[in-house]
Write a protein that binds this ligand. Structure first.
Ligand code: ZN
Length: 910
C-alpha cells in the first residue's frame, strides 16, 4: 500500500526523471501533506488510501506550491482567479495537462476546461476529439469501423464542481485531483492516465464562487456551531440565479451555454457533476421516474457505476456512501444531463459539506430535536439503513472540508478506475446509444415533429429553434408542401426528424410528458413540452413517410419580417399575434407616440388584431431598423383606425425582491433584460423609504417566498446586522443591490407602503405565491385564500387555462380563449359572493382532462379557481396572477400576459 511504503522513501532524493524509472509504489511523497490531511480529517475512517498521500515533484507544481496551502485546510478557500492561476501553472509545467478557454460568463470571467491524461493523450487530443465525434454521429459508420475507432480512442470523463456556489468543496478537490492525475505513479493513476482523458470544469459558476467565498470569509469563517449559522446565505451567486443554474433547461446562463458548446465539440461520454448536500456521499443512479425515451442501456450503466463506488469506498472503510432514494431520472434540465440527453451518461454526487471550510459539529435533528442540523432531504433520514444504504452515515459527526475532499476525490478516483478498466465498453455503449437513437427514429413514432411555417407568430417558433439548434438537434426546411396523415403543411415548414443522433432529445423536449405512475414524485418539474410552453404549434408525426420529406438544413431560423414603406401612409400597424418582441419595440421607440388598437380592424384585406401597435409614419425609419430583426411585420395605414385606441404605456416599473428569494426574481430580471425592458430592482429598503407612487407606476412582486408571511418577514433579524455591501476587502459583495442589513424583511410597515402605493393610483402586480400577500394582509378584504388538500401534488405540470375576459388588454396577442399555462401552485382564491365575478380574468377548468403535460394529482381541486384576478384598491389596482407568467426561461407563451400589464398599465379595466 502506498500509505505504508511512503515512510521508507527519502522524499527529497528523487527528481521527476528518476521517478519514471522507479518501480510503482516508491514514488516520493510529501510528508507535510500526509501529516496535514490526517490532522484535518476528523476520524480515521473518513480518510482513504487513495488520497492520504501526495507525490512530490521537482517540475510540476502542487496546489501548495502555487496557492501556499494544501487542499482541505480549515477556513481556507480559493477564489476563482487563483483557481485559474493554479491550472495554468499546472498546464505550463506538465505535458500531461492542457487548459482551453471556452467562453465568458455574465460578469466576464473566463470558463475553462482542463484536460489531464498521458503525454500521448494530450498530444493527440484533436484526433481523439474527432474519433468521439464519429461515435457520437455514427451515420455511415459500420460496426467494424466503429470497433476500429473505439480501439484507438479514449473516453473523456468530464468532472465539474461549483455549479452551486455555496457548495465550495469540490472546486478545491479538483485542483488536487488534477495534480495527482498528472504526477502520481500508482498503478491506479497510471491506468487512468493511460486509458482515460479526464476533462475538468473547475468551477461551473465562476461568478458565484467569488461572491460565496467573500460571504463565507466575512460572516461564516469563525462559526463552528452549526446551530449558529446564519439563516441567510449570500443574496446572489451568479448574476441571476442560484440553484436554478442546474434547472436551466434552455441554457439561459452563459457558463452553461459555454459548457454545452464545448460538449458538442468534444463529446465526452461521461459527465460527472459534483454537488454538496446529503450525508456523506450520495451517488446518482437515476431512480424512478425515469425518462423512458432515453436508451435502456443508460439505466443499466448508472447503477453499475454507483454500486461500484459504493462497494469500493465501503471496502476502504468509509461509511455513509449510498445510492438510490434521492434524485430521479425524469427531468432533462440538469446541466450535466446534457450528456445523457446526447447519448452519453450523466453522473452526479452529493457530498456532505458545511457551506464553507470550517470544521463543524453536525447532527441529525432527531438526535437533538431542539437544534437544527440538516441531513434529511427527499429520501427522509439518510442515516437509516436501507438496501441501497448498507453502511449509513452517522447521526452525529464532526465534519471538515478535508473530509469532504477525501470522499469526493476517493469516489471520483474509483469511478475513473472503473472507466480505465473498461474504456472500450464505455465507448461502445456511447456508440451503441447514439446508433440506437438514430434507429429508434425509424422504428418508433413520432418519426418527426413538424413546425408549420404559417403560424401567426413565428418569433416564438424562433425561440424554440434557437434552443434546438443550441442542443445540436438538426432541423430541416421542407422544400415543398408536406402531405402526411396528420395534415398538409406548406413548403418552408420546419421538420425535426427523429432519425438523427439527437432524435430522442427532440422527442424529450417537444413531446408531452406522461407519467406512468401517479404515485411517484419528481425531483424537479414534471413537464416542459416546448410547444405548450411557447404556445407554438409543433405537431408530432406518426406517418412514417415524413422521413422521406426533402429538406434543406436550417442552421439558424430567422423569423420573417415584412415591412415596406408606403409614401401615402399616415401610420403603420404592427399586427399583434402574441410576439413578446412587441415590448422590445415599444421601449426601443420610446419617444414615438405609439397607440394600441383596442379591437380588431381591417386595413384592405389585412386583419389587424386587438393589441396591435399603431406607429406614426414619421417614425418609419426607426421602426424598420428595430422591427426587422425582431421578426415583426408592419402594415401601412392610409387612414387612422376607427376602433378605440390608447397609448402604449411606458410606466416606471419596479421589481421587488426580498433578500432571501433573489432567484425567482432573477428569472424575471433575466427575462426583462432579454427583452430590454427597463426597471428598478427594489428591496425592503426602498419600500420602507415610502413615497412609492412618486417614483413608480407599476410595482411587480414576483413569486419568491414560500408564503405571504415569508415574503414580509424575509430573513429574520439576527444578533448582528448582515451587510451585503462592497468593501475593499469584500469586493464581490454588494452587486445587484446592497444593504447595510439584509435581515428583518419589509414587515407590516412595508405592506402598508404597498397598500398606499395602490390606493394612491399605482398598479401592483403579483405573481404566483406572492399573490397571497394582498388577501392575507387585508389589502383586498373581499378575497380570501384557501389551502389545497394534502392530496394536491403538482410539480410544474402544464394545464389548460380559460380566458374569461378575452377583451382585457392582458390578453392582447392571445387569439384562443383556452391556452396552456404552467401550473405554479399559486394561492387558491375564495371570492366573497359580493366580489364582482367579472374581475376573474382567467380561470382553471381543472380536472384530469385539463392536464396537458406532466404530473398533477388532485386537479379537481382547481376546478373553476381564478388564475388571474383583478381588483380595484382605492384609486389603483392590483392584478393577481396565480400562475407564474415568467417561469425560468421557459414559458414564453405566458410572457405576454406579464408584458401586457406594462404596455396597458392605465387600461386594464377594459
Ligand atoms: Zn448542488
Amino acid at each position: 500500500m502506498l500509505k505504508s511504503s511512503l515512510l521508507l522513501i527519502p522524499v527529497f532524493a528523487l527528481s521527476l526523471t528518476a521517478q519514471a524509472q522507479t518501480p510503482a509504489g516508491v514514488q516520493p511523497m510529501d510528508p507535510d501533506y500526509a501529516a496535514q490531511v490526517k490532522q484535518w480529517t476528523t476520524r480515521p475512517e473518513f480518510m482513504s488510501p487513495l488520497v492520504d498521500h501526495l507525490p512530490t515533484s521537482s517540475t510540476v507544481p502542487s496546489p501548495k506550491a502555487i496557492l501556499g496551502y494544501n487542499i482541505g485546510e480549515p477556513k481556507r478557500l480559493t477564489y476563482y482567479a487563483d483557481v485559474l492561476r493554479y491550472y495554468h501553472a499546472l498546464a505550463s509545467a506538465s505535458p500531461r495537462v492542457k487548459v482551453i478557454d471556452i467562453g465568458k460568463t455574465e460578469e466576464g470571467r473566463e470558463s475553462i476546461i482542463v484536460f489531464v491524461g498521458s503525454e500521448d493523450s494530450i498530444a493527440n487530443l484533436e484526433t481523439n476529439r474527432k474519433n468521439l465525434a464519429r461515435l457520437a454521429d455514427p451515420r455511415g459508420l459500420t460496426n467494424d469501423q466503429a470497433k476500429e475507432i473505439i480501439a484507438h480512442t479514449k473516453p473523456i470523463y468530464t468532472l465539474s464542481g461549483g455549479l452551486h456556489s455555496a457548495e465550495l468543496g469540490p472546486p478545491e478537490m479538483l485542483m488536487e485531483l488534477a495534480y495527482r492525475l498528472a504526477t502520481e505513479d500508482s498503478d491506479l493513476i497510471k491506468k487512468v492516465r493511460e486509458n482515460v482523458v479526464v476533462a475538468i470544469m473547475p468551477v461551473a459558476d465562476p461568478d458565484g464562487r467569488d461572491r460565496s467565498i467573500d460571504w463565507y470569509n466575512r460572516y461564516q469563517k469563525d462559526i463552528t456551531d452549526n446551530n449558529a449559522v446564519f439563516e441567510a446565505g449570500v443574496p446572489y451567486w451568479g448574476k441571476y440565479t442560484k440553484h436554478d443554474d442546474n434547472r436551466d433547461i434552455n441554457y439561459a446562463g452563459l457558463a452553461n451555454q459555454n459548457l454545452l458548446k464545448w460538449y458538442l465539440d468534444w463529446h465526452p461520454p461521461i459527465m460527472h457533476d459534483l454537488h454538496e448536500s446529503v450525508w456523506f456521499l450520495y451517488t446518482f443512479s437515476g431512480q424512478a421516474p425515469q425518462n423512458t425515451l432515453l436508451d435502456p442501456i443508460l439505466w443499466g450503466e448508472l447503477p453499475f457505476f454507483a454500486n461500484y463506488e459504493m462497494s469500493q469506498l465501503t471496502k476502504m472503510g468509509m461509511p455513509g456512501v449510498w445510492t438510490h432514494g434521492y434524485v430521479d431520472g425524469w427531468s432533462p434540465g440538469y446541466v450535466a444531463f446534457m450528456s445523457s440527453n446526447h447519448n452519453g451518461m450523466i453522473r452526479m454526487y452529493e457530498i456532505m459539506g458545511n457551506a464553507g471550510a470550517t470544521t463543524m459539529h453536525r447532527f441529525i435533528p432527531e438526535t437533538k430535536p431542539e437544534l437544527k442540523g440538516g441531513g434529511g432531504g427527499p429520501g427522509g433520514d439518510v442515516t437509516k439503513r436501507q438496501w441501497y444504504r448498507p453502511l449509513p452515515p452517522y447521526k452525529d459527526v464532526m465534519w471538515s472540508l478535508r473530509n469532504n475532499t477525501n470522499y469526493a476525490e476517493t469516489g471520483v478516483l474509483t469511478a475513473l478506475q472503473l472507466t480505465s478498466t473498461i474504456p472500450g465498453t464505455v465507448l461502445d455503449d456511447f456508440y451503441t446509444k447514439s446508433k440506437n437513437s438514430i434507429h429508434s427514429g425509424e422504428t418508433e413514432a413520432p418519426y418527426a415533429f413538424v413546425i408549420p411555417s404559417n403560424q401567426e407568430d413565428m418569433t416564438r417558433v424562433a425561440f424554440v429553434t434557437d434552443i434546438l439548434r443550441m442542443q445540436g438537434i438538426e432541423i430541416g426546411r421542407a422544400t415543398s408542401e408536406i402531405k402526411v396523415k396528420e395534415g398538409t403543411y406548406p413548403a418552408g415548414s420546419l421538420v425535426v426528424k427523429s432519425n438523427q443522433p439527437y432524435g430522442r432529445l427532440a422527442k424529450t423536449l417537444l413531446g408531452k410528458q406522461t407519467d406512468p405512475d401517479p404515485e411517484l414524485q419528481t425531483y424537479d418539474d414534471s413537464a416542459w413540452t416546448m410547444g405548450l410552453m411557447t404556445r407554438t404549434t409543433i405537431t408530432p408525426i406518426a406517418d412514417k413517410s415524413i422521413l422521406d420529406t426533402a429538406t434543406t438544413p436550417v442552421d439558424h431560423y430567422t423569423p420573417p419580417s415584412a415591412i415596406a414603406e408606403v409614401k401615402s401612409a399616415v401610420a403603420y400597424a404592427i399586427p399583434d399575434h402574441g410576439s413578446p418582441n412587441l415590448i422590445t419595440l415599444r421601449y426601443a421607440l420610446k419617444d414615438a407616440d405609439i397607440q394600441i388598437a383596442e379591437a380588431a380592424f381591417k386595413s384592405g384585406s389585412a386583419e389587424i388584431p386587438a393589441g396591435s401597435f399603431i406607429v406614426p409614419a414619421s417614425a418609419f425609419d426607426q421602426l424598420k431598423s428595430v422591427a426587422t430583426p425582431l421578426g415583426l411585420d408592419a402594415i401601412a395605414l392610409t387612414g387612422k383606425p376607427t376602433v378605440a385606441i390608447h397609448p402604449a404605456g411606458l410606466p416606471r416599473v419596479a421589481i421587488f425582491s426580498t433578500w432571501n428569494g433573489t432567484q425567482d426574481v432573477g428569472w424575471v430580471r433575466f427575462t426583462f433584460d432579454q427583452y430590454k425592458v427597463p426597471y428598478d430592482l427594489i428591496f425592503k429598503e426602498q419600500i420602507l423609504a415610502g413615497g412609492l407612487h412618486d417614483k413608480y407606476d407599476l410595482i411587480l412582486i414576483p413569486t419568491q417566498a414560500r408564503s405571504s408571511k415569508a415574503l414580509v418577514t424575509d430573513i429574520p433579524k439576527s444578533k448582528q446586522p448582515l451587510a451585503y455591501t462592497k468593501t475593499a476587502e469584500f469586493k464581490f459583495l454588494g452587486d445587484y443591490g446592497s444593504s447595510d442589513d439584509i435581515t428583518g424583511g419589509m414587515g407590516a410597515q412595508g405592506v402598508a407602503e404597498l397598500q398606499k402605493f395602490a390606493e394612491s393610483g399605482g398598479l401592483l402586480v403579483t405573481l404566483g405565491a406572492s399573490s397571497a400577500l394582498p388577501p392575507d394582509f387585508g389589502i383586498t378584504p373581499k378575497i380570501d385564500t384557501s389551502n389545497p388538500t394534502a392530496r394536491l401534488y403538482a410539480p410544474g405540470p402544464i394545464v389548460e387555462a380559460e380566458i374569461t375576459k378575452p377583451t382585457n388588454p392582458i390578453f392582447y396577442g392571445y387569439s384562443a380563449t383556452t391556452i396552456p399555462v404552467r401550473y405554479a401552485n399559486g394561492p387558491l382564491f375564495r371570492l366573497d359572493p359580493d366580489q364582482n365575478k367579472a374581475d376573474v380574468l382567467m380561470r382553471y377548468p381543472g380536472g384530469d382532462k385539463s392536464v396537458l403535460s406532466g404530473l398533477f394529482n388532485g386537479a379537481d381541486e382547481i376546478k373553476g379557481r381564478a388564475a388571474i384576478l383583478r381588483t380595484a384598491v382605492g384609486k389603483g389596482e392590483i392584478i393577481l396572477f396565480t400562475t407564474n407568467p415568467v417561469w425560468r426561461w421557459q414559458n414564453v407563451g405566458e410572457f405576454r400576459m406579464m408584458f401586457n400589464t406594462i404596455l396597458n398599465y392605465k387600461n386594464l379595466t377594459n
